[in-house]
Design a protein. Structure first.
Length: 127
């Protein structure tokens, strides 16, 4: 298994959550031991902070490995002989032809269909 930056960040967050839980429990017991009536606020605050940490972990994108030389995800499995070729785990732009990418660039520039057709030397179909 390759160790990715995501794995390291998740491990760091989990270790931080464990340490935070120990601090919260310790503070709660100390406050209860000294007859502080607000001891229950500390576990609520601790749970709130841990829920933010869990949400932050979900937002960590999958990236390259720590060394930066190998992909974070294993390569897609090879297609079985005789099965149709399918674009596996590709971004939509990677499956476009060069001409489709060029048309997409024209659209992104705000050009109309007529302007794009003229740029590609296309004429209107006869009706």
């Amino acid at each position: 298994m390759r160790v990715t930056r995501r794995h390291l960040l998740i491990t760091a967050v989990l270790v931080g959550c464990f340490v935070w839980a120990m601090v919260v429990v310790g503070l709660s017991f100390a406050m209860a031991e000294h007859d502080r009536r607000q001891w229950w606020v500390i576990p609520l605050f601790g749970a709130f902070v841990m829920s933010i940490a869990v949400l932050a972990v979900r937002w960590i994108p999958a990236g390259t490995s720590v060394a930066g030389t190998a992909p974070a995800d294993p390569p897609p499995p090879a297609a079985a002989p005789g099965s149709p070729t399918v674009a596996v785990r590709r971004k939509p732009a990677e499956t476009l032809s060069a001409r489709e990418v060029e048309v997409l660039r024209h659209l992104a520039a705000g050009r109309t269909n007529a302007e794009i057709a003229k740029a590609h030397s296309l004429s209107r179909p006869a009706r």
